[in-house]
Ligand binder design. Structure first.
Ligand SMILES: [Zn+2]
Length: 227
């Protein structure tokens, strides 16, 4: 395990060349993976992105295998390009995106694939400020009924996540974004627990700030009663 032994977490996280040698080894621990994401996002926010691991030689090294250190479930929103936000390169992140970063069967299946076959143990559900899917889900059922059926299905998946939020609240969207992230984390964990053959992984939540570029990781809340 990379995190063990004489190397400190700081040096592992700071190394921009987590590269050929390391990638042959098992996935990073959750702690180191989160720290690496935070550091990459800090570079991005400060305008110091390195854009490493994008070159031809590196791409060729990935042809035979991949060992992404984190799985990201994010929104499909064009303003939140995952690798850029975390300043990560090819082979670093296993990214799943859909409108509203909701957990559907195919999403869970993709996460299970990465956790089981690529040995990636960290899942970050990343919502973002000003999410259109959350804004749409906060509308009345009558208004939502005007949307195409498939889109309604997505909004229906968001509905229980934001059930406690008053749409008239001036901060309804930002509250809804955070609640929806926590809900997706909860759904993932529930499926993982219910299905015994599901691989182990740790899911955490985060929210991306459109203006600052900062990713705010959410504190973990104790499990609440079902709504
Ligand atoms: Zn969105």
């Amino acid at each position: 395990m990379i995190a063990a032994g004489g190397l400190g977490v700081a040096s592992l996280v700071a190394s921009p060349q987590h590269s050929f040698g390391d990638d042959k080894k098992p996935a990073l621990t959750t702690k180191v993976a989160i720290a690496r994401l935070k550091l990459g996002n800090k570079r991005f926010v400060e305008g110091k992105s390195k854009h490493f691991r994008e070159g031809r030689k590196w791409r060729e090294s990935l042809v035979a295998e991949q060992h992404p250190f984190a799985i990201i479930l994010g929104c499909a929103d064009s303003r939140v390009p995952t690798e850029l936000v975390f300043d990560q390169g090819f082979g670093d992140l296993f990214v799943i995106r859909n409108a509203g970063n909701v957990v559907m069967e195919d999403v869970q299946g993709s996460i299970e694939y990465a956790a089981l076959h690529l040995h990636t143990k960290l899942v970050v559900v990343m919502g973002h400020e000003g999410c259109g899917a959350i804004t749409a889900a906060l509308k009345s059922r009558e208004e939502r009924a005007k949307e195409p059926p498939e889109l309604q299905q997505v909004l229906n998946l968001i509905e229980p996540a934001i059930a406690d939020i008053n749409p008239q609240d001036e901060n309804a969207v930002s509250k809804g974004v955070e609640a929806n992230v926590r809900w997706s984390v909860k759904m993932m964990n529930r499926i993982k627990t219910e299905r015994k053959q599901s691989p182990d992984f740790t899911a955490v939540g985060a929210v991306y700030e459109l203006k600052t570029g900062r990713v705010r990781f959410l504190d973990q809340e104790p499990e609440k009663k079902d709504r």
